[in-house]
Design a protein around this ligand. Structure first.
Ligand SMILES: [Zn+2]
Length: 1223
């Protein structure tokens, strides 16, 4: 059978009746229609009948290739006869009611909406207008409106907007007509310009005439009115109008009425519609005020609480919570100033630098003069500008649908597109004479090893020459001449003679360190040496503050004042142990009583087991922690200079940390946690009398209060790396905690490390850190805080464990001064909240953001590593320079001793390529130090791999680039209040000494043509999982950007990919997929980019380790621990060995799979093309159910941020706004 062909096309009669009628209609178009109205009526009426009765005919008209719709629309345009028009409208209604969106799409694409709008306009001019006609027109518009994005604009331009409004006003009682009119209005209102115009015409008030109390009648009408009103109220002008007319209390009253009566939850959409209106009206400040004045907080709190048990009502609870959070009156942080509690004298202030700006002082002119930074009296916690009324009115520009595109571009803004900045920088070379001073740090390159005693080489950069290097001409036998395993007795003797490390009289035999796992699990020789007995008279010295050990004025640190050395001869008091554990301590620090310092817990164990002798056992961890020694740790603390002059030692650092053997899985996110936490916060406002508001710890107070009424926890943070500024008890078991800013700064709160005691066993404690700054955190994705229990430690488990339930991170109601938010107004802080119960009475527990690793710990580890030295190992510890705080910055050189003093062997040593490593420029990234520990331990090990590594490379290592920041509990900065990893382009010697001198070392190497083969700076990443690298590639940067690729020389060695590629195959925590080799503008002054561009190191990396855990590989689903981090550091070394093998051409052919970089690049390129923003997004976590609550914005600056509509998008946007780069 022939398919019916549209008769109109070729005049061929069709066997389909409806198509014949249509072709008849088409022939009538034009004059006939006007002359013979009857004819038109008849034909259209017949078509209508067919269409109403036969589904087949509808299909025929709408089938592909049919021009039926054109004919119908043309007839509609041409006819003037009301009945014909109505017939056609009925036909269209029939056609478009079924068939889904495709038929409507055809209608719209043929210009149908325009025809309808034209008819609306002409119908309105008839007197009297035909109600039926207008009804039919609006029904059709309501159907097609959602499919025609331009309908709103078209309607406004041709005047149809006001016809509908007038019609509505005249027919408020006519429900039949009211519904389609409202539906059309709902479509019109979506256009922001229309919304303002409709508001002016009284539509907002009109809606309130329709919206009434609970009634089962006309719920459809009510729903549409609420939708329309909700959309209209997105306009600030309309919102203000609604507030002015007193509609906010009305909305609340109606909502309550529905909440009470809709007991079977049949009308949730109406209730949701009411909340949406409230949500939009409270986007303006006046709206929030009206809401609070109308007792909105209590109304929504109570209704939500009643809704909570019914899961299907979650949308109501979530929207209510969003509104309440917005309207929650902004609080100021409970602080006198947001500037750090401690200040530090700087040698000078750089004009326009952060500190000069912070303290509004003229920059110090004389560079020699010390500028004292005085605390200002200005209240900087909140600024009045935050209270400014929002900008007047809405913008009248019709900019709909353009926003999305703008957002897309923002993500790629950070790519470096200046090709000159992607090319090597030659103009920065310093004159060699200036760099010659750094020669002393590369003695291995000039040494002839005739009578070399590397042991005494400890020199500062400004120090006198290592003139004592030949003072003790001990002829050191070469490795060949020595027994392989035994350490040199002479070495140990010299140690003892100098009084160093008296606690380890017997040098431990070399340990197997080739793998972290093995070294930890294997039996090590036990230490038989008894701990030294405490010095007499220590107690009376305890009351005194520890004297600050200043190396200033004492001349540059020379050989005698090197690292890891006890400050012999100086009057230094031993530090107190924090936590105030009392009792004769067995071993190391026996009888150090907590006299006044710390929490001062008198008689901690009054009823506890301690009573029987009050003995504090020091866990013997020597077997498990070969690099840890409590006594040595205390010695190291004595020579560490802190700004607050800490006089206490935290137990975890003293006892050490033995990584637990059990698995610590990444937490599953529990639905509703965030919401319930926020509700508890809102309760504070609803029931203020339940709130204690009792300050229990306060560094700002002249004498930090020490309450001991048994009702509150005791807090302490006054020890190395400690960070807690204030603790406020808000409920019996709930505390608000405020973190201290980095010194000489007013922000960077994230790192915390504090001690609590006086807990009740089993009680559900909740802790809220209320001044966090980042917009999201891994605490939302399964990361837990770390806790250390002293009782556990004493009973044999000295360790940090992942702790906490009900953990989440959300924006709170504490407003952030624009001074601390980079000039942005209306920002808030974020809360990290976690709950925990304590299992031991009389315990002292510590909480930390991540596994602490103090500067004193580093010094202890270095001293212990030195003891691992064998005759085959060349290890030199130099002091690179002194920090602003007066602490030496260690520089290590590790390689293998030459096999002999023969020319050949000396040359082999000198020709070894250099590997330059650094770490811990950001104090809060303690994981970087644990990775570095793994690297150092491996390099000093006796495994064959370690041996060949040392024979292959010369390692130059700065294990802690920011000792001052680490010591003083900073999160990101040094004492200059600056992020040191943004100073590499032009470091200032007396403000950024460690960066200046580290860069100089590299410049020296470049000048003598010995630029390192690999440079890597270890970091931690707070928002991503796994371990990964950032590198630098011109090619990949160009691909990511819109630069014309032909303008760039695209020949690039792919070698930068080899090391990460090897790591991805060997290190379980490492993920190649997370690596990026794009050069970002915001990173141009980081170590990675500067070393790549200025020093010319192709393999210049940042290695980022997660603070949370892994989502791939062997450790998938687990939180990361120190064992995994140390393993990473060891694997990095192994990878370097492979890199060497692979880069030697002979070996290359044996490992083709490892060098499949081309294939790898193509892979990346494909990924890049499909997802242009992958590399910039700090956020790589999936959206979770409660995103709505999380990203709630309450600031007027960002009214578009509507998480209800598009949580993903708003998240991305807020990320882009304050993306904090972490490298
Ligand atoms: Zn970092």
């Amino acid at each position: 059978m022939n398919k019916p062909k549209m008769a109109t096309e070729k005049g061929v009669p069709s066997n389909s009746r409806v198509l014949m009628l249509l072709s008849q209609l088409e022939r009538m178009n034009g004059d006939t229609m006007l002359v013979d109205a009857d004819m038109g009526r008849q034909v259209t009426s017949k078509i209508l009948h067919l269409i109403q009765t036969q589904e087949k005919t509808r299909k025929e008209v709408m089938s592909k290739g049919s021009s039926g719709m054109e004919v119908i629309l043309a007839s509609l345009e041409n006819t003037r006869d009301l009945q014909t028009i109505l017939n056609i409208l009925y036909i269209l209604n029939e056609l478009l009611t079924v068939g889904g969106g495709r038929r409507v799409g055809v209608f719209v694409s043929k210009g149908g909406t325009g025809v309808l709008l034209q008819l609306v306009l002409s119908a309105s001019k008839d007197t009297p207008p035909s109600e039926e006609l207008l009804l039919q027109l609006h029904s059709l518009l309501a159907k097609v409106g959602p499919k025609d994005r331009k309908l709103g604009v078209k309607a406004r331009l041709n005047g149809a907007l006001n016809v509908t409004v007038t019609l509505l006003k005249q027919n408020l009682q006519n429900n039949k007509l009211l519904l389609p009119c409202l539906q059309v209005l709902r479509v019109y209102s979506a256009n922001s310009v229309n919304a303002i115009s409709l508001g002016k015409n009284g539509v907002v008030d009109l809606m309130f005439k329709i919206i009434g109390p609970y009634s089962k009648k006309n719920t459809t009408l009510l729903k549409v009115s609420l939708d329309t009103l909700g959309v209209l109220l997105k306009s600030k002008t309309n919102a203000r109008r609604a507030v002015d007319r007193g509609h906010v209390p009305v909305l609340l009253a109606v909502y309550q009425d529905w909440h009470r009566n809709d007991t079977r939850h049949r009308h949730m959409l109406i209730r949701k519609g009411l909340l949406t209106c409230l949500k939009n009206v409270t986007n303006i400040k006046l709206g929030r005020k009206a809401f609070v004045d109308a007792d909105g907080m209590r109304v929504l709190y109570n209704t939500s609480t009643e809704c909570l048990p019914v899961r299907t009502l979650d949308p109501l609870v979530n929207t209510s919570s969003l509104i309440m959070r917005k309207c929650f009156p902004k609080n100021r942080l409970p602080l006198p100033t947001i500037k750090s509690v401690y200040q530090h004298l700087l040698p000078h202030l750089s004009a326009g630098g952060p500190v000069a700006l912070l303290y509004s002082q003229a920059p110090g002119g004389a560079s020699r003069k010390q500028v004292y930074v005085k605390p200002s009296r200005v209240d900087d916690v909140v600024d009045e500008s935050d209270d400014n009324e929002e900008a007047e009115g809405d913008t009248e520009n019709d900019t709909e649908n353009e926003e999305d595109e703008k957002d897309h571009h923002a993500a790629n803004d950070d790519i470096e597109t200046d090709l000159n900045k992607l090319r090597p920088r030659e103009n920065t070379r310093r004159p060699f004479d200036e760099l010659r001073v750094y020669e002393r740090f590369f003695l291995e390159l000039s040494e002839d090893f005739q009578g070399f005693n590397f042991e005494t080489q400890k020199t500062g950069v400004t120090g006198t020459q290592a003139s004592n290097k030949t003072q003790r001409p001990i002829i050191l036998p070469t490795a060949q001449a020595l027994p392989p395993k035994r350490p040199i007795p002479a070495r140990a003797e010299s140690h003892l003679a100098k009084g160093e490390h008296a606690s380890s009289p017997a040098p431990p035999p070399p340990l197997e360190l080739d793998s972290i796992l093995i070294s930890k699990d294997q039996d090590c020789p036990p230490r038989h040496a008894p701990r030294p007995t405490p010095e007499a008279g220590l107690e009376q010295e305890l009351a005194q503050k520890m004297e600050r050990v200043s190396l200033e004025g004492a001349g540059p640190p020379s050989g005698a004042g090197g690292l890891g050395e006890v400050a012999g001869g100086r009057q230094v008091q031993p530090p107190l142990l924090a936590g105030g554990m009392v009792g004769g301590v067995v071993g190391g620090v026996a009888s150090w009583r907590a006299a006044g310092g710390g929490g001062g817990v008198e008689g901690l164990g009054e009823e506890g087991p301690e009573e029987e002798g009050a003995v504090l056992e020091v866990p013997d961890t020597a077997l498990l922690l070969p690099l840890h020694d409590p006594d040595l740790y205390v010695e190291m603390v004595k020579s560490t200079s802190s700004v607050p002059q800490f006089s206490e030692v935290a137990y975890p650092d003293y006892f050490g940390h033995v990584a637990p053997t059990f698995r610590e899985p990444i937490l599953e996110r529990v639905y509703g946690v965030q919401r319930s936490k926020i509700f508890q916060d809102i309760e504070r406002m609803i029931h203020p009398n339940d709130i204690l508001d009792k300050v229990v710890y306060d560094l700002d107070a002249p004498s930090c209060p020490v309450l001991d009424d048994g009702e509150s926890l005791k807090f302490n943070s006054q020890f190395e790396s400690g960070n807690l500024r204030k603790a406020i008890q808000v409920r019996k078991f709930e505390y608000d905690l405020v973190l201290n800013s980095d010194i000489n700064s007013n922000h960077y709160h994230q790192w915390f490390y504090f001690e609590v005691s006086g807990m009740r066993v089993g009680a559900p404690y909740r802790f809220n850190i209320i001044n966090c700054e980042k917009s999201n955190s891994q605490f939302n994705y399964g990361m837990q805080v770390l806790m250390y229990s002293v009782q556990e430690a004493i009973s044999g488990s000295p360790r940090w464990v992942r702790t906490g339930t009900d953990i989440c991170y959300y924006k709170n109601h504490f407003s952030r001064s624009s001074l601390a938010a980079g000039g942005q107004k209306g920002r808030s802080y974020y809360t990290t909240t976690f709950s925990t119960a304590f299992s031991h009475r009389d315990d002292v527990c510590y909480f930390a953001y991540h596994y602490p690793y103090t500067y004193s710990t580093l010094k202890m580890h270095l001293a212990k590593l030195e003891a691992l030295q064998t005759p085959q190992i060349y290890l030199r510890q130099d002091v690179l320079c002194e920090t602003l705080g007066g602490n030496p910055c260690p520089l290590l050189t590790i390689t293998a001793m030459p096999e002999s003093t023969s020319n050949e062997h000396i040359c082999q040593l000198r020709n070894r390529p250099l590997v330059f490593l650094s770490s811990r420029v950001h104090p809060g990234e303690t994981n970087a130090s644990w990775v570095m520990k793994g690297t150092l331990e491996f390099l000093m090990g006796t495994s064959p791999q370690a041996h060949s590594l040392r024979e292959t490379y010369i390692f130059k290592i700065v294990p802690m680039l920011n000792p001052d920041g680490v010591i003083n509990g900073n999160h990101r900065c040094s004492l200059s209040g600056e992020d040191l990893n943004r100073q590499w382009q032009s470091p200032v010697p007396d403000l950024h000494p460690t960066i200046y001198h580290t860069k100089s070392l590299l410049q020296y190497l470049a000048a003598i043509q010995r630029a390192p083969l690999v440079f890597c700076d270890y970091h931690g990443h707070s928002r991503k999982k796994n371990v990964f690298m950032y590198g630098c590639s011109v090619k990949e940067t160009v691909w990511q950007s819109n630069i014309n690729a032909t303008s760039c020389d695209l020949h690039e060695d792919l070698g930068y990919r080899t090391l990460p590629k090897i790591l991805s195959q060997t290190a379980p925590a490492f993920s190649m997929a997370s690596c990026s080799f794009v050069v970002e503008r915001s990173k141009e002054a980081t170590a990675r980019v500067v070393v790549w561009r200025e020093i010319g190191v192709q393999r210049s990396y940042t290695m980022e380790s997660t603070l949370c855990g892994c989502d791939q590989g062997k450790y998938k689903g687990l939180q990361i621990g120190t064992r995994e981090l140390e393993e990473m550091g060891a694997q990095f070394c192994v990878a370097l060995l492979r890199l060497k093998r692979l880069t030697s051409p002979l070996e290359l052919r044996h490992h083709p799979h490892l060098l499949d970089v081309e294939g790898d690049m193509i892979e990346t390129r494909v990924k890049v093309a499909s997802s242009p923003t992958t590399y910039v997004l700090e956020e790589d976590e999936p959206a979770f159910l409660e995103e709505v609550d999380y990203s709630a914005e309450s600031n007027d600056e960002d009214p578009d941020n509507d998480p209800d509509n598009d949580p993903q998008d708003s998240l991305v946007r807020s990320e882009a706004n304050h993306r904090d780069s972490l490298t």
